[in-house]
Every structure is written in C-alpha cells, then in structure tokens.
Design a protein around this ligand. Structure first.
Ligand SMILES: Nc1ncnc2c1ncn2[C@@H]1O[C@H](COP(=O)(O)OP(=O)(O)OP(=O)(O)O)[C@@H](O)[C@H]1O
Ligand SMILES: [Mg+2]
Length: 455
C-alpha cells in the first residue's frame, strides 16, 4: 500500500478550543492545516492557493458553509468538504450531501472519522488527477500535447478543443496577447480529421492592407502592378485543411465582405480572374481585440462576426489561472535548457512564488521569455532562485503574507534574522518593500542585513 497522502486543509471555525484540537490532530497525522475564523477569510484563502479539503462550520460568519462549499467546489471540483454543525439537522445534512459534501458531523466531531474521510477524498482526487494526466498523454498523440496547464480554465479549453475538432464549424479564439491562441488553433487542426492536410496561417495584421486580399485569394498574372506571375492564395493552399486567420479584427470592411462570402459559399475568385473557385476549408479565426465591441462601434461587420463565432474559445489571461504557472515554468526550463545547451536542475519554491505573484501582462509568452532569459543567464547547474528573477519583475510583485517557521530554542537575534530573511524573500529582495512590510526604517533594514549577513 502507498503511504497515506498528506492533505492541504482549510479549516473554518470560530471556536478556539475546537480549532486547536482539530489542527493538532490533523497535523499530527502529517496534514497541513490553515485555520481561519470566518467564511470571508476562507473565501480569500481559496482564491489564493489550492486546497485538498475544507472543514467548515455550517453557520460560519459572513459566508456560510454551504456557500463556501460551492466556492470551494468551483475552484476544485473534487475537493473534500466536511461540514460541522451545532444542531442535528437531517434536512440540511441531506441537502449538503446532495450538493457534494463528503461528510456532515455534529460538534464535537469525531476526529478519527474526519481524518478517514479526508484520506478517502484525497485518494479520489489523486485518481481523478491521474485520469486527467492519462488523457493528456493520449492527447499528446493527437496534438493537444504542447498545451501545458491543468487549471480548471485550461481543462475547459481542452474539452472545447476536443469537442470542436471533429466538426467543420468555424471557430473564433479570443484572448489577450500571448495566451496561446496560435497553439490552440494548431491543436484544433491536429486533433481534427483534417490533420493530414495543410494548416495554413495568415496574420492579417502583419502584412500591408493592400496585399491581404491577394494573400487570401491569390491573383492572376498582371492583376495589379507587380503581379508578374499568377499566385495561389491561402484559401487554395488550405483546400481540404484548415485556414487560420490571426488578428481577424484587422480586416478592412471590403475584405470582411469577401470573407463572409467565402464562408457562406466556399467560393471565391482570384484577383483579376473571373473564374469562380470552390474550396473545402475550415476556418479558425483569432483576435486579441474585443470583436463584439468593434461590432458595436461599426468597425466590424455583425454578420461576419456571427458567422465566425459559431463556436468560440476564450483563452483566459495567465493571471487568472496562476496555478498553471509552476507547470509552465518546468516545461519552459526544460525547453530552454535543450535549446541553449544549458543544464539547470529546476527552480526553488521561493522563486516560483515570486513568479506566481506577478501579473504577466504578456501572458504565457512573457513567462516563456523570462524563463529562457533566466536559464541563459544562470551560472550553470543548480536551481534557479529568487535572485535569478529579473529585477523589474521582482519589484512589481505584491508581497505575500505567508507564514514563517521559527524553530524553538533560538535567540532573539536569530528570530530577527529569520524574519528579515524570509520577508526579503517574499518581497522579491526589494528592500523598500521589505522595510515597509516590517514597519522599520530603510536604514535600519540595511544595517541589519549587513549585521546578519543576509544576501
Ligand atoms: N498553455 C501553453 N502551454 C505551453 N506553451 C504555451 C501555452 N500557451 C502559450 N504557450 C507558448 O507561449 C507563446 C505564445 O503563445 P501564442 O503564440 O499561441 O499566443 P497568442 O495568443 O497567439 O499571442 P498573440 O495574440 O500575441 O498572437 C508560444 O511560444 C507558445 O508556445
Ligand atoms: Mg498569435
């Protein structure tokens, strides 16, 4: 048998004695317990990191146990929720179990039973996780493989890709720059029956307006000045396959009209040619501009918009799925080592914590570039650490009020050293932020850093 898995548990209870008992009991069994006394604090904790289990009073202040359970299950659909109540209430207990609670106990709870329920809950989560992992490995053969991320939002994206791929419906992928729209378009094509035919891409923003039309539809010799020879357009190239139109919001009104016609009839003419050509093309469009608003402002044809967004995939910004950051970081470290002939063993937890608190305006692309830079600059071997994270990034992260562990039996000076060192780490070594967090003057901080030889 495997060792029982330790769980990360959030406990919500006002009763100091009971709270202490529960924490002591569960920690003695190797679990990690974070204890708060009201539902609102619990709500904030749920947003800040993943938990395996939540133990909450049914009547927790501010946000009650039932609502908290709904929030927790939204963050982690498999989370193990245990509700505690003062009074026996069969009706609410049944209701809670129906809504996905793992257990409902009258206070004072039976701690042995509580622990057993948590064990079962964590075991089940591990199983589900393995299934997701298995599916991901299978997907690798079919093209979803380059997409990394296990957040709820990304799993939604994978499911959408799987559902959309076999059809020939037009797809509109929306998301901020660097969120992975290109990769998703590729994944749709690679998982579709068209995977052996061409995946042709045209970025509407990167070529001069006057050329977009001939790029799309091709032209005959002499169609316009400079058109010496006849040329095939992307629609023809993509016949039988997929055409990916990136930055579709940049198309001029005239081209929007032409595109609409191709979508409706799968027909078009080369520039300067009167013959109509028929093609069988699946179109995937992407945009990082708010198309809906552009329609409202009269900048984008509404009929084309409705035609494009038959199916939409919304790719969330990286800061809204921070739990994907560690996985992406590992992937990008491995990639960067391979591409640059470097050897880096990995990255410290502190450094990952800094990366997780940054807002990533450039999303996954920015993260990839930052990691590549860190790997290239690393002095060889070992783990990447906080000081390898570029200064500008460390300066702009919010300090995290994490917990600091202080062993018993140390001197006050040692306590001070530990507190300063840990706070420096969580502030990304930004001394001003650290001094502010500690409530001491900057000069005092400098003196202590020197005194304790903190680097
Ligand atoms: N989920 C992901 N897993 C692994 N790599 C990713 C993921 N998302 C994005 N990337 C990588 O990040 C970079 C940017 O992704 P991509 O080009 O697909 O973004 P985009 O949304 O098309 O950006 P833009 O709007 O600027 O065109 C690429 O190098 C891509 O491989
Ligand atoms: Mg792109």
């Amino acid at each position: 048998m495997e060792d029982p898995a330790p769980a990360e548990i959030l406990l919500v209870d006002r009763d100091p004695q009971l709270g202490r008992d529960i924490v002591a009991f569960l920690e003695a069994r190797g679990h990690q317990v974070e204890w708060v006394d009201d539902g609102e604090k619990a709500y904030n904790r749920l947003d800040s990191r993943p938990f395996d289990a939540v133990i909450t009073e049914l009547s927790a202040p501010r946000i009650d146990g039932m609502r908290l359970m709904a929030v927790a299950r939204d963050r982690n659909p498999e989370i193990c929720v245990i509700l505690l109540t003062e009074q026996p209430d069969i009706e609410r207990a049944t209701e809670a179990m129906r809504r996905g609670a793992w257990d409902f106990q009258l206070k004072p709870p039976n701690l042995e039973k509580m622990e057993a329920v948590i064990q079962r809950g964590v075991g089940r989560q591990r199983l589900v996780f393995e299934q997701v992992e298995l599916k991901r490995r299978l997907d690798e053969q079919y093209g979803l493989g380059r997409l990394v991320g296990k957040s709820r939002q990304m799993i939604k994206v994978y499911n959408a890709v799987r559902q959309i791929a076999p059809t020939r419906a037009t797809v509109l992928i929306q998301g901020d720059t660097g969120t992975g729209k290109d990769l998703i378009a590729q994944a749709i094509h690679n998982s579709s029956p068209r995977r052996d035919a061409a995946f042709v891409k045209l970025n509407c923003a990167s070529i001069p307006e006057a050329l977009v039309e001939s790029e799309l539809f091709g032209h005959v010799a002499g169609a316009f000045t400079g058109a010496v020879r006849a040329r095939m357009g992307r629609f023809e190239l993509a016949d039988g396959g997929t055409l990916f139109l990136d930055e579709v919001g940049e198309l001029t009104p005239a081209l929007q009209a032409k595109l609409l016609r191709v979508l409706e009839h799968q027909q078009f003419e080369r520039l300067g040619d009167s013959r109509t050509m028929s093609v069988d093309v699946r179109l995937i469009a992407a945009t990082n501009r708010p198309l809906e608003q552009m329609v409202g402002d009269g900048l984008f044809r509404d009929d084309l918009y409705y035609r494009l967004r038959v199916v939409t995939v919304d790719v969330p910004a990286l800061r809204h799925r921070r739990e994907d950051i560690p996985l992406l970081v590992d992937q990008f470290i491995a990639d960067a080592c391979r591409n640059n002939g470097k050897q880096v063993e990995g990255i410290t937890r502190n450094a990952v914590n800094v990366l997780m608190r940054y807002d990533w305006p450039g999303n996954v692309r920015e993260l990839k570039n930052i990691i590549e830079g860190m790997v290239v600059m690393a002095r060889g071997g070992g783990l990447l650490d906080v000081h390898d994270v570029p200064d500008h990034l460390r300066r702009s992260v919010q300090p995290d009020v994490g917990e600091i562990r202080i062993p018993s039996g140390v001197s006050m000076a040692e306590v001070e050293r530990i507190v300063i060192e840990e706070t420096m780490k969580t502030c990304g070594f930004n001394k001003e932020q650290c001094a502010r967090t500690l409530g001491i003057g900057l000069r005092t901080l400098y003196r202590k850093i020197k005194e304790y030889d903190i680097r």
